[in-house]
Structure formats: structure tokens, C-alpha cells
Design a protein around this ligand. Sequence first.
Ligand code: BTN
Length: 259
Amino acid sequence: MKEIKITTEVGKFSIFKFNCVESTQTMAKELYRRYSYDAFVVWAERQFKGRGRRERRWHSPKGGLYFSLFQKDLGDLRSPQLVSLAAGMAIRNGLKQFCNISCELKWPNDILYQERKLCGILSESAIYGQKIHYTIVGVGINVNTDISELPCEVRAKATSLKDIIGLEVDLNELLSVSAEEVFKWLSFLKTDNGQKKVIESYKNHCVTLGSQVSVYLDNETISGLAVDITEEGALQVLAAGETLLFATGDVVHIRRDDI
Ligand code: BTN
């Protein structure tokens, strides 16, 4: 493990760099227990048990960017879901700054480029009452990733930065830009106005809004038109004349041609 100390406009933080870990999420919890830092980043070149949302596996071959960003004391949030939305905006902005590409946000936390998944985000928070004691934002970006190394079902819907811009990029530089953006967008969540700004910005770039969607829940699937995202970050869907709210769930966008 190597500890690299970084000073940025949003403050000072350490990056703990590993060759290979089980999951940077798990490692972040372990390092918090060991060092009690308020904010830091864990970065690994590979993960052998990378975790995705809803207990899924996140395949993490060499060439991708895999990091978890730890932030203590976010304060009172309308909902922990706002962490995911802020992280999505941060990574979108980071990619725009870094290589001038415009990505779309798929509710709640996928980053797409021309309908293919470029990045996944997994946010885990420790909550006491209404307060977020700490949050760990896990980010996996297919950067110099050879898409053919991913399993078939993932490959069919994935893309990589290398395939989009036609060249390999420096993971170190992309990590610095991305981590700085995530810290910045998380800091917006500390005020009520900042939380509103996160939601409004997210809505402006969210391709789920206005789409026909199917929301996969644990026991059922609901289809309808995604009409809004609430101040708590929940998705509002118009289905069979009723307005339904989803705080979480897997969403599939239904293409016009499929209807
Ligand atoms: C998803 O789309 O399901 C979320 C994927 C999140 C993957 C990242 S990679 C870095 C961090 N460590 C993990 O084990 N998962 C997240």
C-alpha cells in the first residue's frame, strides 16, 4: 500500500493506492477503523470481489479506475439517495473536464455514453437518525478496459473511455480530477440550497426523465413514464394512471422502437 497526500481546492486528503484488493469499499471501512481520517480515497488497480449495486459483482480487470471515496459528517440530508446523485454529477463533470465528453445520467447512479454504461456508482452510508455519519462512494469507470474481458451480459451494454476517445488515458490524472469533483459535490449537500442545486443539476442531465421505464423491484416490475425526481432523489413514475415513487430499484429504459 502507498499513501499519497494531495492538496486541492476542496482541501487535503490522502489516496491509499493498492495493486489488488477484495473491494475498495471494504478496504475504505478498514482504513477508517485504522486511521480515523475524515476524508480519504482508496484506489486499486484490480479488485477480486468488486461489488455492484444490489449484491451484484463488479468485474474489475486491469485498465479500469476503481476507487472509493470516504467522507465523514455530511450532516442532515433529505435522503441518503442524494449522495448517489451528487456523485453522478461529479463524475459526469470530471469526465467532461478531463476528456470533453458529455455523458448521460441514468437514475439512480449509472453513467452512460450513447446509451452504454461507462461508469457505475455504489454509495454506502452510515446513518444515525437523520444524520449521515459517513459515506463511502464507490466508483468504477471502464477507462483503458478491454471490454472483451467483461462477461457477455455486461459487455453487450458497456463501453470504455478508450473506445470513446480512441486513446488510453492516465488513471492517476483521471482519479485526481474525479475525486476532487466528488468531494466538491458532496460538500454541496451540507446546505439545503446545495441539496436543491444537486437535484436540479442532476435532472438536467438525467436521460431517465421523459423515458418509458421498467423498474425492477425485489418482487415485482413496474412499467410507466418517468416524470420527475423528487427533492429526496426518488423517481416519480406515472403507471396506469397512478403516480408512484421509487426510492431505489433497477431501471431499464425502454426504447421507442421496443414499444
Ligand atoms: C453498479 O453499477 O452496480 C455499481 C458499481 C460500483 C463499482 C465500484 S468499483 C470501486 C468500488 N468498489 C467496489 O467494490 N465497488 C465500487
